[in-house]
Design a protein. Structure first.
Length: 152
């Protein structure tokens, strides 16, 4: 089963421990680089949205991703590594997903539902942004507003 707009194979989580393992290893910078996939980004973002104060989520993810990248040899440059607009966009999207989810759903259910949702499709941000705008150096360095559809 693949996500719409993506050729990445969907992997569901068998337990909450599977989800927490990714989060804990990301935070400790022991997650192997090859496991830092789009899906891992999503579940780490989900954990931060669910467990950290709302006003701290983006800053903590920004620092966490940048430091993690450096720890696995990925430079944070104008063409690689941390991307501010994509990270902030996905914080918005994950918050929207959580608001739409069943009240009281567990981390495991939310993680599996998130990676199977429209939010996980690799093309999802391009419903809001033109490719040139989202993949620009300006968008990598700082937040840029969508140019196709505004965020609600």
């Amino acid at each position: 089963m693949a996500n719409e707009g993506s050729t990445e194979r969907l992997k569901t989580f068998g337990s909450e421990r599977d989800v927490l393992d990714i989060v804990e290893r990301f935070r400790a910078r022991t997650l192997p680089k090859e496991r830092w996939t789009h899906q891992a980004h999503l579940v780490v973002g989900l954990w931060f949205v669910m467990n950290r104060p709302s006003d701290l989520v983006l800053g903590e993810l920004r620092r966490g991703i940048s430091v993690y990248n450096e720890s696995v040899g990925t430079a944070n440059t104008d063409s690689d590594g941390y991307h501010e607009t994509i990270t902030a966009f996905y914080v918005w999207a994950i918050r929207k997903f959580v608001r739409e989810a069943a009240p009281g759903a567990s981390l495991l259910i939310l993680a599996n539902d998130l990676v199977a949702s429209r939010y996980a499709a690799s093309a999802f941000p391009f419903g809001y942004y033109s490719r040139d705008r989202l993949l620009s150096v300006a968008a990598r360095r700082a937040w840029v507003d969508p140019d196709l559809v505004p965020l609600d």
